[in-house]
Design a protein around this ligand. Structure first.
Ligand code: PDD
Length: 279
């Protein structure tokens, strides 16, 4: 049976979901998105994802006054209770009859949502490789914008070097990954970059910070320098679809002994329990 998706008020087969080539999402990447995980009948961090969605909408001056309940009702028909899935929700500024950088006077946003399976991440225990690159993205990374060309180019460059993530460096400090946040354990302290317009404030990042604090794991929202990254005993990347993944090699150099570390073991255990207990 063909996948059912949501587009502008209708639930329809994927192949029938069509958007105009004049949609500003297509022409300008003028839109924002969210990725919300769902585990066996429950969203994880739903309200936090909706709050970030509202913040992204506000940041691009797009009004869409849906409450969290309305979003829940709109998205839940796309999910089933048995599997681990994520919602991809995208809102663009919509169709305008003429290509013009300036916002059109009146326009109906295009709202699209689909669900996809979260496949078991088999490499999690063994970890993945990463490479570092200069963070050459724009300075509004806090907006979850669909215009992801810089992220795409960086991740592709990593893939061409057989690495599963690009760790981005701005003025000597780690910002985040091309599609993830970055944590490191340095001298026994768990560190991640503070919230700013140079990172996306990940919901997984937030859950990890809270889990660490409630379980007396020393944690600090302090930028990780390139030197600290090189000395770190553990480095991880985090996101809603990949959860917490140990980085075991950076630029061809092993991180510590090249195995997932003990702080990761603890936090990953806490996260796995949290994700099935939290709604
Ligand atoms: N991306 N930073 C960037 C640049 C990201 O693209 C993502 C996630 C994150 C982590 O955010 P969260 O924990 O809320 O998923 C950080 C999603 C998964 C994506 O683009 O598919």
């Amino acid at each position: 049976m063909e996948q059912i998706v949501y587009l502008n008020g209708a639930y329809l087969p994927l192949s029938e979901a069509k958007v105009s080539v004049l949609d500003r999402g297509f022409l300008f990447g003028d839109g924002i998105y969210e990725v919300i995980p769902w585990y066996q009948g429950r969203f994880l961090g739903f309200n936090a994802h909706i709050e970030r969605l509202q913040a992204s909408l506000q940041a691009i001056h797009l009004e869409l006054p849906y409450s969290a309940e309305q979003w829940y009702d709109l998205l839940s028909p796309l999910l089933d209770a048995q599997s681990s899935q994520y919602i991809y929700l995208q809102i663009s500024r919509g169709y305008a009859p003429k290509r013009d950088h300036v916002f059109p006077a009146s326009v109906q946003p295009t709202v699209f949502a689909m669900s996809n399976l979260i496949p078991p991440f088999l490499e999690r225990e063994q970890g993945i490789k990463a490479v570092t690159f200069e963070d050459n993205r724009w300075a509004l990374c806090n907006i979850k914008a669909t215009s992801l060309l810089a992220n795409v180019l960086l991740k592709q460059q990593a893939a061409e070097q057989n690495a599963a993530e690009a760790i981005l460096i701005r003025e000597g400090y780690v910002t985040e990954g091309s599609a993830s946040n970055v944590f490191a354990v340095v001298d026994g302290l768990l560190m991640t970059a503070p919230k700013s317009s140079h990172i996306l404030a990940g919901i997984t990042r937030e859950i990890i910070l809270q889990l660490a604090q409630t379980h007396q794991i020393s944690v600090s929202e302090t930028a990780i320098s390139v030197a600290q990254l090189a000395q770190a005993t553990e480095v991880w990347v985090t996101s809603s679809t990949r959860e917490i993944v140990p980085i075991i090699e950076i630029n061809g150099q092993k991180v510590a002994d090249g195995k997932a570390g003990s702080v990761w073991q603890i936090l990953n255990g806490l996260y796995q329990s949290y994700k099935i207990s939290a709604s």
